[in-house]
Design a protein around this ligand. Structure first.
Ligand SMILES: Nc1nc2c(ncn2[C@@H]2O[C@H](COP(=O)(O)OP(=O)(O)OP(=O)(O)O)[C@@H](O)[C@H]2O)c(=O)[nH]1
Ligand SMILES: [Mg+2]
Length: 452
């Protein structure tokens, strides 16, 4: 069974990570003390004699480290990182998590990165670079056959943008053969809080692209609030949104955690890997569900319009008591989104979703779509416009240069965004993508659905 290593970076990344590990704990029967608890009794792993093979057969090793066991505890394979101490301290003090987390994997500083990418990457955050590199090396050493890395962060905050950027650089330099997936919260059009968010977003996107991320999940808080409202919650908050994101990460990682497989690779191209996902709750699995129902405003997790876009690859994950017939019906209807059928995949997971006791949303059966499509062109165009509005006047550039960045990096970031727009526009117009951009080896694109 292969392993996954998680990075939770900045406030947003930490808060998602906190909900995620509670959810993982429920799914794998591991409590906040780090003990395996079948049927609420501290059996099995509370004695020193449990052989490692049992850990494997209990589907624990992909997430929890047996070699780091102290006092018979399991430890989560993750790093929580923030340049200020507030959110990491909250995680550390949370009784439903604290026993799972190794002190040395909780990395915190004294002041935040003030929403400045350069502070998060070079000065304030950069101070942690050597330490993080060393922690990753140790965590990799503790793996038998690592599947890859999963990161949660925002593109807008200084730490979420800048610190995440150098982390993916470390991963690409030291472990280029391993997959890297980010769950990236992009700034929402109507909720932007920072004037420099176009800089932070473009600079981070450029670094994610340069460092060959495998999948970049594009998440939008405003859209996610609508998903929460579809659960009957009229005034959702970050925790609710984070619960939907955690369910998404849970389903995305199910193949590695429970099926002796690997997380899906959602693109045949090296650098065309921005994924717009959707989340449809299903109260009654035998009710009539049409393909287009999966892309309404109640379901979208990103600010993209799936209709009229062209997909490079679409993967549908059905979680719950679904029949494969439904996936085949979707395949037949997929022309409505102009999806090329040769890259249409589905996975069916009978493993039920779990609910956290303090969650205001109650998850049962649901369908998720991971859509790698030209729908990203519009948000990229808006990002480009906002970036250039600031950059033509050189607004706030001195902030970034004063924290160790060179002005040329703004140009380079815009070039990367332009290139992304150009490539996805080719997809939209049905033009061929240059062969140099093909991923090698080309297969497997997506984990086979060995999930029943
Ligand atoms: N979904 C979600 N979004 C969040 C959460 N917390 C903050 N955000 C979003 O993240 C962005 C702000 O980034 P933060 O994560 O707070 O910033 P940071 O990475 O800590 O960076 P600095 O504070 O500048 O060092 C805004 O777009 C917020 O809407 C959260 O718990 N969940
Ligand atoms: Mg912060």
């Amino acid at each position: 069974m292969s392993e996954l290593i998680f990075f939770h970076v900045g406030q947003c990344g930490n808060q998602i990570g906190s909900r995620l590990w509670k959810l993982f704990g429920k799914e794998h029967h591991v409590n906040g003390e780090g003990y395996y608890q079948q049927d609420n009794t501290n059996q099995l792993l509370n004695n020193n004699t449990t052989p490692p093979s049992s850990l494997c057969s209990l589907n624990l090793t992909s997430l929890y480290d047996e070699s780091m066991r102290e006092e018979n505890k399991l430890h989560a394979r993750c790093l929580f990182i923030d340049t200020d101490e507030c959110t990491v301290e909250q995680v550390k003090k949370d009784p439903s998590l604290s026993g799972l987390l190794k002190e040395e994997n909780l990395i915190k500083g004294k002041e935040d990165s003030a929403s400045n990418f350069a502070r998060g990457k070079f000065t304030i955050g950069g101070a942690f670079k050597g330490y993080i590199k060393e922690r990753v090396r140790k965590m990799i050493e503790a793996c038998d056959s690592p599947d890859g890395f999963v990161m949660t962060h925002s593109m807008e905050g200084g730490t979420g943008s800048g610190t995440s950027s150098f982390i993916v650089e470390i991963l690409e330099d030291d472990y280029p053969e391993l997959n890297k997936t980010s769950f990236s919260v992009f700034p929402s059009e109507n909720f932007q809080t920072e004037v420099v968010e176009p800089y932070n977003t473009a600079l981070t996107l450029a670094d994610l692209k340069r460092n060959n991320m495998t999948n970049i999940f594009n998440l939008d808080n405003e859209s996610l609030y609508n998903v929460c409202r579809s659960y009957g919650n009229p005034s959702p908050n970050y925790r609710d949104v984070n619960d939907v994101i955690s369910q998404t990460i849970s389903t995305f990682t199910l193949p590695t955690r429970f099926h002796n497989s690997t997380c899906p690779i959602l693109s045949p191209y090296k650098n065309l890997n921005i994924i717009a996902s959707t989340f449809k709750k299903v109260d009654n699995v035998s009710s009539e569900i049409n393909f287009t129902d999966l892309f309404t405003n109640d379901c979208k997790m990103s600010a993209t319009d799936h209709f009229g876009s062209k997909s490079i690859l679409m993967d549908i994950a059905l979680r719950g008591n679904f029949s494969p017939d439904l996936a085949f019906k979707f395949l037949e209807q997929s022309d409505e989104l102009k999806t090329p059928t040769d890259n249409f995949h589905h996975q069916i997971f009978s493993k039920k979703s779990e609910n956290l006791s303090d969650s205001s949303l109650s998850f049962s059966d649901y369908i998720q779509v991971y859509n790698n499509s030209s729908s990203i062109v519009d948000p990229l165009t808006k990002l480009r416009t906002r970036f250039l509005e600031l950059f033509y006047k050189r607004s706030f550039v001195f902030w970034f240069v004063g924290e160790g960045m060179e002005e040329g990096e703004f140009h380079e970031a815009m070039d990367e965004v332009d290139q992304l727009m150009e490539d996805y526009s080719c997809v939209k117009n049905g033009q061929p993508i240059p062969p140099a951009k093909l991923r090698t080896p080309l297969t497997p694109l997506v984990t086979p659905p060995s999930a029943r």
